[in-house]
Design a binder for this molecule. Structure first.
Ligand SMILES: CC(C)(COP(=O)(O)OP(=O)(O)OC[C@H]1O[C@@H](n2cnc3c(N)ncnc32)[C@H](O)[C@@H]1OP(=O)(O)O)[C@@H](O)C(=O)NCCC(=O)NCCS
Length: 199
């Protein structure tokens, strides 16, 4: 039900922190999102985002609020009919380790399932966290080429130490795309290989 993806479809989730409200983001959240994401970007932990980029991709975003304070955010970005990326995931320093990151990832995974994706991936410095929320490490170079477009403007492009992680949502459909059918599509004349899950 797409209505479940709209801003007014608010879910109140209780974490060990407090009563946290998880909902789709709106344009009014942009100042808070810029402060949270770019605060981590200044420390080299996340990619910086501009107001323009956030506006352009606002429908990707889910936010978690503790009262009127932004406690966390995350985005689901589509790359193909089969796969999307969990990105711009951040929990405020004041709210870390109380289950809010997990709540946001689960909301994004729910959304990915609603849209019929077979899998979601992320590039991350915190594979331990993603392991706890159902992701497995994969070979970074095997993710969709489009996913690399953010890398082109990243200062760490030539010395990237992020780890790629993948969560399969529809194992049967995913398996059908595995070794026998390794080619996902052709992007600008380049073949895109499906990720292989490391067990
Ligand atoms: C990574 C981040 C989103 C985790 O959010 P969080 O709300 O603190 O995580 P949660 O409390 O939901 O943790 C869920 C589980 O992951 C574990 N976990 C949390 N952070 C972890 C970390 N850095 N390394 C390993 N495990 C971690 C928790 O212990 C918990 O495990 P449990 O279920 O066994 O108790 C948060 O630390 C953050 O915003 N970091 C800075 C920005 C960042 O690195 N974003 C990721 C970009 S891809």
């Amino acid at each position: 039900m797409i209505s479940a993806l709209t801003e007014d479809a608010v879910s109140h989730a209780t974490t060990s922190h407090k009563n946290i409200e998880v909902r789709k983001a709106s344009m009014q959240d942009i100042p808070n999102l810029l402060a949270l994401i770019n605060g981590y970007a200044a420390k080299g932990i996340m990619l910086p985002r501009t107001e323009f980029e956030l506006s352009e991709n606002m429908r990707d975003f889910t936010v978690a609020y503790d009262g009127n304070r932004l406690a966390g955010c995350g985005a689901l970005h589509f790359y193909s009919p089969a796969i999307g990326e969990v990105r711009s995931l951040a929990v405020a320093e004041t709210h870390k380790t109380h289950g809010i990151g997990r709540l946001i990832v689960e909301a994004l995974v729910y959304e990915a399932k609603m849209y019929g994706l077979d899998a979601v991936f992320a590039f991350t410095y915190v594979p331990g966290f993603f392991g706890k929320v159902g992701f497995n490490e994969v070979e970074r170079g095997e993710l969709p080429l489009k996913a690399w477009k953010d890398c082109l403007r990243c200062p760490k492009f030539h010395s990237c130490d992020e780890i790629a992680v993948l969560r399969v949502l529809r194992p049967q459909r995913w398996e059908q795309r595995q070794p026998g059918l390794p080619v996902l599509g052709v992007e600008g004349g380049m073949v895109v290989i499906l990720p292989t899950v490391r067990h």
